[in-house]
Design a protein around this ligand. Structure first.
Ligand SMILES: [Mn+2]
Length: 364
């Protein structure tokens, strides 16, 4: 990768890392308010500002403006920002992308200037139009660094290659590597990434909260905002100190909250997550609410809610979501979100970023 920016962070400073905003401007603004973002903070926006959500234009403008107004705002490119290369190279495939995806930055821009892509549109024409009307934004997107390096951290959207000099990582890989947490790197500092929703790494209880892997020196922060219906926008917080930095996080989602009406203690043996792309299961024994299944990809056994198992025409079974059997504990008065109240016996909830089941009747 050619574009690496070095940033010096003074001791005692707070670093706030937010990735994968995907056009959700109000969530970004709400989250910055929640963490009480202020001038002294170092804010790192770690790629994928745009695409998929409803206001990519707004997020790009807002972040460009933050960068002007605050002294320490830094942005890396994500695979969603790198699409700018396809526009500048006049890649005709971009037309299909625009035709098939309503929620893209360029479609929003074209709508703003009252142009709709049609059968006769050429990519050269789109490039002409957009470089005329959005010169500043295009210039800004094109210059975004692929990685930001500080004394103790490397911020990159998706990951690094396992090579001696991490700076030799291919840019495309840095922006698109899937499941970086399942790989490793040789950089002698923490690598902080977004891109791959952390719920895809869940082992026991599915969670959208950031994951810190000390051994691997990888921190994954993508809360599955927009991509997952139960997802959230995470802010990973680093308090730098003379000895060991301390980590914490805050998050924000759009789900309604309800109060828990009585304590519930979940069955602690009901754990084990199931996740993308390993949804195939083989039912072994169907019980009243959950079915014991084996999972060919992992060789493990797990329970899946009866209603979340579907069978295709050839008689193959799969789970229809990331949800397995995890039970959660809740206390009266706690705030949770109800994700699914339509199944037998149990209600699916989200509590503090975790997803799992509690007995029916514990929440409204
Ligand atoms: Mn991404």
């Amino acid at each position: 990768m050619d574009k690496i920016k070095y940033v010096t962070v003074p001791e005692g400073a707070r670093i706030i890392v937010i990735s994968d905003i995907h056009g959700e401007l109000d969530l970004l603004q709400g989250l910055l308010e929640k963490v009480q973002f202020k001038e002294e903070d170092f804010l790192i926006i770690n790629g994928d500002l745009a695409e998929k959500g409803h206001n990519s234009t707004g997020v790009v403008r807002y972040v460009m403006d933050l960068e002007k107004r605050y002294p320490h705002v830094y942005v890396t490119e994500g695979n969603c920002e790198a699409i700018i290369d396809e526009l500048m190279r006049e890649n005709p495939k971009l037309l299909n992308y625009l035709r098939n995806r309503p929620n893209t930055l360029y479609n929003e821009w074209l709508t703003e200037i009252d142009y709709a892509v049609n059968e006769t549109t050429t990519v050269e024409y789109i490039k002409d139009l957009l470089t005329t009307h959005y010169a500043d934004e295009i210039e800004w997107l094109s210059q975004l660094p692929t990685a930001i390096e500080t004394e103790n951290y490397i911020f990159v959207h998706a990951g690094l290659e396992h090579i001696e000099d991490w700076k030799e990582t291919d840019r495309e890989k840095a922006l698109t590597l899937p499941a970086f947490m399942e790989h490793s790197h040789l950089a002698n500092k923490y690598v902080i990434v977004g891109h791959w929703p952390v719920i895809n790494y869940s082992r026991d209880v599915p969670t959208h909260n950031p994951i810190v892997e000390k051994e691997k020196k990888i921190i994954a922060t993508d809360g599955g905002n927009v991509i997952k219906s139960s997802g959230q926008l995470n802010a990973f917080l680093i308090k730098t100190t003379q000895s060991e930095d301390s980590f914490s996080y805050q998050s924000l989602d759009r789900l309604d909250k309800v109060k828990v009406e009585q304590d519930y203690e979940g069955d602690p043996t009901m754990v084990r997550a199931l996740h993308y792309p390993h949804y195939d299961v083989e039912p072994i024994r169907r019980e009243e609410h959950f079915t014991l299944c084996s999972q060919p990809d992992s060789g493990q056994m797990l329970y899946v809610k009866n209603e979340y198992i579907s069978e295709d025409e050839e008689g193959n079974f799969c789970s229809t979501s990331d949800i397995s059997c995890a039970h959660l504990n809740v206390r009266e008065g706690e705030e949770v979100s109800v994700l699914d109240n339509s199944c037998s016996g149990f209600t699916l909830i989200k509590k503090d970023g975790d997803i799992g089941w509690i007995k029916k009747g514990i929440v409204e």
